[in-house]
Design a protein around this ligand. Structure first.
Ligand code: PRP
Ligand code: URA
Length: 209
């Protein structure tokens, strides 16, 4: 079964608290999504491999650690996942970026696919799928299936708020994918929105409602 990490860092909890407030406007919301993504990236990249390198400081020769250089990619699920890309790239600037377009059918809450463009060499890359919300889990499960169909074998999923229902569905569908969660909420409501949640993440990032 995949590992689920719920971030307990005070900075993340504080920022998510501001995001949840109904009065937080799009400009601040966007900034916070990006900042939380950057902080979560720190945890998501914990297991990246290092190698020893000989260097010279102003004082003497020594051995330091540097990233072994495995190629990385960030794949946001459109639209709301776009808000997490800049924060990720602040930490891993050499990563390539792919895009997966999915929206939830308003009647069924099931994902509908409309776009998929991944880096040509994505099968060789370690992929970080980002989306602020993991509700029923349908979008994340489908996005990861689409990425696996392109030959990718090493995938992490990162979100800001998750419902227990979504975590369970994602773990069952993709037990090999680690999940990094900013906050684990209580449940889904009758419209499949996360409670207490923060509303519609895409609308809040882009100011579309
Ligand atoms: C939201 C969110 C996720 C999805 C989560 O996107 O960004 O992609 O819902 O719900 P699920 O876990 O039940 O699939 P939405 O479909 O509202 O599209 P948008 O980002 O374009 O607004
Ligand atoms: N998508 C969102 O943006 N918010 C939710 O609570 C559920 C799905």
């Amino acid at each position: 079964m995949s590992k689920v990490t719920v971030m307990d860092h005070p900075l993340i909890q504080h920022k998510i608290g501001i995001m949840r407030r109904v009065e937080t406007g799009s400009k601040d919301f966007r900034t916070l999504v990006s900042e939380v993504a950057m902080l979560e990236c720190y945890e998501a990249t914990r297991d990246l491999e290092l190698q020893d390198v000989e260097i010279e400081t102003p004082i003497c020769k020594t051995t330091v650690k540097e990233l072994k250089g495995k190629k990385l990619a960030v794949v946001p699920i459109l639209r709301a996942g776009l808000g997490m890309v800049d924060g990720m790239l602040e930490m891993i600037p050499a990563a390539k970026v792919g895009h997966i377009g999915l929206y939830r059918d308003p009647e069924t809450a099931e994902p509908v696919e409309y776009y998929c463009k991944l880096p040509a060499d994505c099968a060789k890359r370690e992929v970080f799928v980002v989306d602020p919300m993991l509700a029923t889990g349908g979008s994340a499960v489908d996005a990861i299936r689409m990425i696996k169909e392109k030959g990718v074998t090493h995938i992490h999923f990162m979100c800001i708020i998750a419902a227990p229902e979504g975590v369970k569905r994602l773990q069952e569908a993709h037990p090999d994918v680690d999940i990094i969660v900013g906050a684990l909420d209580e449940h889904l409501n009758e419209h499949k929105y996360i409670v207490p949640g923060l509303g519609d993440a895409g609308d809040r990032i882009f100011g579309t409602k």
